[in-house]
Design a protein. Structure first.
Ligand code: NOJ
Length: 522
């Protein structure tokens, strides 16, 4: 079980309103008690913070707002001492425009690092081609001094690197080794599918499904600017570095349809270990769709490819704000009973919701660049709600983003005291998952779905669990004729049912989820 921390918002230790490494260290016992295995940190490197750390100016340095390399070493030691793993964010697609590499590259056309970035002459319409920036507007920025454009898939402060350049490749792989040598357990690789572009820089075709309310980026299909065949060579190269070390993991951030996504496992699974499966992020919360997607994913996986699931991250609205409070526990049960590595986004375990940020307080460049489209990611990046003290125990100073009004009620401390809280529900689910190989490494088999319910079985070594999830608010009757069963309710969202014996047919409440330990599976 992986837990994603957005470091700016987890815990502030020095009273500047921004979270830091010492803050994270002070909360490691909390993470241990939650039962998670690994912590993934969003970027903590040196950065001008144009995109809150995804614009890196030194891959081997820690931004002073988060602490120092010594703090980092301490964090790594403390994580390992608690038998957990530490995963860093690697951002190889682009640097900050303040990175020394880019400063050199833009200094002259003949600079040895010129070719480390994507420089092009103007085309007939000004820009070299029609490629767009994910954050709005053209993907090209004019450089007056050297009279060429450079490409940036994200902000103009995030110039894209040229992964066809062998010197750049070597240098980036070196930065991976820098952290792996320290003992870091893996990387989540930022925008992996963006890493290499068409050699001829051909125009992207128009998107026939574009709708006018979408961001401008959706106007075109990024056919030539993303997901190029050569990306798999780059991923393979990175994987070889990982394989120089024991027990390391590479996770790829890849927003692609399933059939393209699974290519990132690579030939003979020598690509990325875990191409992030984002299917649960945008799917309508509809049993038929969900059921179909799980099956589609399971059957698209290559032989030996390990699955993974996630409900949220720092770029997406929080799960509760998408599906509603009542379904939050059903979603948690789904995440933690599906086959494959689950990633929890900080705060999910206490049911944190998106926080409305008034327009004049918006921090996220995606929100600021496209104000009419309501694309700010701030609402899901707000400070962790630890207790009911001022600023929720996150900081003694005014936090960089506000907390919601309900934090005195929804916080870790209050939920630790309440046996039936969301937090304790998460702990129970993770605990069961850890203890039971069937849930951890067992097989997945879909059983039944209708307009309200989905159900599936997880099995290993003769032990089986039947999971039944009511995705609607209305009660239902669960009686899958093709699947007679007998078992005991291990965990229900309605805890008074725990321990009850059930056979073949059961009433299930609205918004209820059940994990049933099956009898007689041999
Ligand atoms: C994906 C990251 O998750 C997001 O936060 C960032 O803005 C872009 N990549 C650019 O690095």
């Amino acid at each position: 079980v992986i837990y994603q921390i957005y470091p700016r918002s987890f815990q502030d230790s020095n009273g500047d309103g921004v979270g830091d490494l010492q803050g994270i260290i002070s909360r490691l016992d909390y993470l241990r008690s939650l039962g998670i295995d690994a912590v993934w940190l969003s970027p903590v490197y040196e950065s001008p913070m144009a995109d809150f750390g995804y614009d890196i100016s030194d891959y081997c340095g820690i931004h002073p707002i988060f602490g120092s390399l010594r703090d980092f070493d301490q964090l790594l030691g403390e994580v390992h001492r608690r038998n957990m793993k530490l995963i860093l964010d690697l951002v190889p697609n682009h640097t900050s425009d303040q990175h020394p590499w880019f400063l050199e590259s833009r200094s002259s056309r003949t600079n040895p690092k010129r070719d480390w970035y994507l420089w092009r002459d103007p085309g007939p319409d000004g820009v070299p081609n029609n490629w767009l920036s994910v954050f709005g507007g053209p993907g090209w920025e004019w450089d007056e001094r050297t009279g060429q454009y450079y490409y940036h898939a994200f902000l103009k402060e995030q110039p894209d690197l040229n992964w066809r350049n062998p010197d750049l490749q070597r240098e980036m792989l070196k930065t991976m080794r820098f952290w792996l040598d320290k003992g870091v357990d893996g990387f989540r690789v930022d925008v992996m599918w963006h890493m290499i572009k068409d050699t001829q820089f051909r125009d992207n075709p128009p998107n026939p499904e574009y709708q006018s309310h979408q961001a401008t980026y959706e106007k075109l299909i990024p056919l030539h600017s993303t997901d190029q065949p050569e990306v798999h060579d780059i991923v393979g190269m990175m994987r070889s570095v990982m394989d120089e070390y024991a027990q390391r993991v590479m996770i790829g951030e890849i927003y692609l349809p399933l059939h393209r996504l699974v290519m990132y496992y690579g030939m003979n699974n020598k690509g990325t270990h875990l191409p992030f499966n984002f299917q649960l992020l945008n799917l309508p919360w509809d049993p038929a769709r969900l059921f179909a997607v799980i099956d589609e994913y399971e059957s698209a996986l290559p032989e030996g490819g390990w699955p993974n699931w996630v409900l949220g991250n720092h770029d997406q609205p929080r799960i509760i704000s998408r599906i509603g409070q009542a379904q939050a526990r059903v979603a948690a049960m789904l995440l933690l009973t599906l086959r494959g590595t689950p990633t929890i986004y900080y705060g999910e375990e206490i049911g944190m919701t998106d926080v409305a940020i008034p327009p004049h307080e918006i921090q996220d460049p995606q929100g600021l660049n496209m104000p009419d489209l309501n694309l700010s990611r701030d609402p899901s990046r707000t400070p962790m709600q630890w207790d009911d003290s001022p600023n929720g125990g996150f900081s003694t100073a005014k936090p960089w983003l506000r907390l919601p009004y309900n934090f005195p009620r929804i916080n870790v401390k209050a939920q630790q005291r309440d046996t039936f809280s969301m937090l304790n529900f998460y702990k129970d689910l993770i605990g069961l998952r850890r203890r039971e190989p069937a849930l951890n490494v067992g097989s997945y088999r879909s059983v039944y779905s209708d307009k309200q319910v989905i159900s599936f079985v997880r099995e290993a070594g003769g032990n089986g669990f039947l999971i039944v999830l009511n995705l609607s608010h209305r009660p239902a009757y669960f009686q899958p004729s093709a699947f007679p069963f007998e078992g005991v309710i291990e965990i229900s969202t309605e805890p008074e049912r725990n321990g009850n014996t059930v056979t073949n047919a059961i009433p299930i409440a609205g918004d209820e989820g059940l994990i049933i330990r099956l009898k007689n599976r041999r």
